[in-house]
Design a binder for this molecule. Structure first.
Ligand SMILES: [Ca+2]
Ligand SMILES: [Ca+2]
Ligand SMILES: [Ca+2]
Length: 607
């Protein structure tokens, strides 16, 4: 290992950025005016961020962890984080340069579910029973209001994570489950027969579920076309609003096998899959989530499992939410869906902005391309292709500006984990430098950067899902605490709210550069140089008003790189916004870029 060179690269970049992180200075009056692409989003699981009130750790429930869901030593249970903790630590989030907070669902969940011996808790928030109130583990609706108001007072926005596809697993089936509940298709189990094509006729006159006419759905009276659903004794009123307790409003076709028809109609491992084709369901969800806009004035929605809901639902739901927000004085309400994929597949993501009218979707394409490039596992060719494919989005490349980009998340795993897996022989110094390089891409390339909480403290993790959900407060989970953090001598066994962590500082500095540079929030992108092998990736972005060019250069190789790259002919002199830049063009249209191993630079042309 070339002692110190790579580390110096990262530190040199930081030194050039200089200064202490500056918090955004927006006042409550002007945060509503910011467009979605002007935000930097911090994504947090409330259970894993900060514990502001130990009295709510058990959610007001009594008994062992199978009753309360609370066990801070087990990765699949509640650990104690809450809204009070999130509110108290807003300084930390704002200091990072984040201007918006997206948190996993805060709605009341079924505390524990799963087969005997394999139970886990709703600490992640995706097993909702009551859609109208905050889960008692996280606090009260009043504490939620205090959180939203505190964020707004700082000029920060609040994005809620919402679920429409399913509720908690409450509904069960009468049939005996030998192999679980395999999916029963619409062809094998039509709505018109009980238990298959040879069964007795039911639901006379019901046509197709693609016909949203209320008169059609009035003829849907028996939900036992595939399996025979029922609500177990004691759980008849578990869900709020009350209409959600009625099995008629669910698909009841058994578990999804993730492909084809079952992707939209099947239960996620028993989670009750909602009949989102039903106009009563659509109206119900418009009321549920519209009410959160009305009551709290929140600024946007991240939509969970959006691709498992029929596009027609979103075509009606999205405009209804945007209208509700406009009426509440929120003109820039942001909506982004989860169209989950581990593939590089911009067409899939863009397709849902067109067929479903989802304004934006989490950019899984960027995540794949950036992990591949920043890790050095392959070149920057996927990143170049990613820029090319922006034309596929509704609104074309301009529409692509509001797609939220990210490097890792709570399901697939953390960015540092991918870097580690793809570079099994790299030392901590190289991994930190590559982590910084990835974040430089995230914070300067197109899209709305999303920081997954803990990235800024160098959290790694041994995998995805539960293994990628460490707490920022001192953890008692052995599978978390056995691993050092990147860029720090600490582990997750202690509190980690360190604003001096090199990743925290880098993110804060680049977020400030981004905020002050319209080319980076709203400019078009031109790729000048990419390669199918590690090396230079160079693009320019252009101020949407002045046309001023900003050159972004990244070196994904372990060796220094120098090259002439194309720039706009009128860009003759440059100022570094980060890293080191040639101050003058070699000739109109040509600039020399020199980068240290794993270095990067942001070079703004002078007007
Ligand atoms: Ca707590
Ligand atoms: Ca569904
Ligand atoms: Ca169920």
């Amino acid at each position: 290992m070339r002692m110190g060179t790579r580390h110096l690269t990262a530190l040199a970049a930081l030194a050039l950025l200089g200064g202490t992180p500056q918090a955004p200075a927006d006042t409550p009056a002007d945060y509503r005016a910011r467009a979605p692409q002007e935000e930097v989003v911090y994504f947090v699981l409330p259970d894993r961020f900060a514990n502001g009130d130990p009295r709510n750790d058990r959610g007001g429930l009594k008994g062992d962890r199978l009753k309360t869901g609370f066990d801070p030593s087990a990765k699949g249970f509640y650990h104690g984080g809450d809204l009070k903790g999130l509110t108290a630590r807003l300084d930390y989030i704002q200091g990072l340069g984040a201007t918006a907070v997206w948190f996993a669902p805060v709605f009341k969940n079924k505390p524990v579910q799963g087969p005997p011996g394999d139970e886990s808790a709703g600490y992640h928030g995706y097993w909702i029973t009551d859609f109208t109130r905050v889960d008692p583990h996280f606090g009260s609706n009043a504490e939620f209001k205090a959180f939203v108001d505190a964020a707004h007072a700082r000029g920060m926005k609040v994005y809620m994570d919402i679920v429409v596809n399913h509720t908690a697993d409450v509904i069960q089936y009468r049939e005996v489950a030998k192999d679980g509940y395999p999916y029963r298709s619409k062809a094998d189990y039509p709505f018109s027969r009980k238990g298959g094509v040879t069964g007795p006729a039911i639901n006379p006159g019901f046509g197709d579920d693609s016909d949203p006419a209320p008169a059609n759905w009035a003829r849907m009276v028996d939900p036992a076309f595939a399996y025979t659903p029922y609500v177990p004794k004691g759980e008849e009123a578990a869900k709020v609003p009350a209409w959600l307790n009625e099995p008629l409003f669910y698909h009841n076709r058994g578990n999804t096998d993730w492909v084809g028809e079952s992707s939209g109609y099947g239960d996620f491992m028993g989670l009750d899959d909602i009949a989102t084709e039903n106009p009563r369901v659509l109206a119900g969800f418009i009321e549920i989530y519209g009410s959160w806009i009305d009551r709290f004035g929140i600024d946007g929605f991240r939509i969970d499992t959006a691709k498992h809901v029929n596009p027609e639902f979103w075509q009606a739901f999205v405009p209804a939410m945007l209208e509700r927000a406009r009426a509440r004085g929120i003109p820039n309400f942001h909506i982004f869906g989860e169209i989950a994929t581990s593939d590089f597949d911009p067409a899939l993501l863009a397709g849902w902005t067109r067929k479903a009218g989802l304004p934006s979707n989490l950019d899984f394409g960027f995540a794949v391309a950036a992990v591949q490039a920043a890790s050095g596992a392959r070149g920057s060719d996927l990143l170049a292709r990613w820029v090319d494919d922006d034309v596929l989005y509704e609104g074309g490349a301009r529409g692509a500006l509001i797609q939220p980009t990210f490097l890792g998340n709570h399901d697939a795993g953390r960015f540092a984990m991918f870097l580690t897996q793809l570079n099994p022989k790299a030392d901590a110094e190289e991994l930190l430098a590559r982590d910084m390089l990835g974040h430089a891409m995230l914070l300067t390339l197109r899209g709305v950067p999303v920081i997954y909480y803990g990235e800024e403290q160098g959290m790694i993790g041994h995998g995805g899902d539960q293994l990628a959900r460490q707490s920022l407060f001192a953890s008692k989970v052995p599978q978390y605490n056995d691993q050092p953090l990147l860029g720090s001598a600490a582990t997750t066994a202690q509190d980690n709210y360190n604003p001096q962590h090199p990743l925290y500082r880098l993110i804060a500095e680049l977020a400030a550069v981004r905020r002050e540079t319209p080319a980076l929030t709203s400019g078009r992108t031109l790729v000048w140089r990419s390669s199918d092998k590690p090396g230079l990736f160079v693009v320019s972005r252009f101020d949407p008003v002045t046309g001023r060019e900003v050159v972004l250069a990244f070196n994904t190789a372990n060796a220094a790189q120098t090259a002439r790259v194309t720039v706009a002919a009128r860009s003759l002199e440059f100022t570094p916004l980060a890293g080191q830049c040639s101050l003058k063009a070699d000739a109109p249209g040509s600039l020399t870029v020199t980068l240290a191993p794993l270095g990067f630079a942001v070079c703004a042309a002078k007007p």
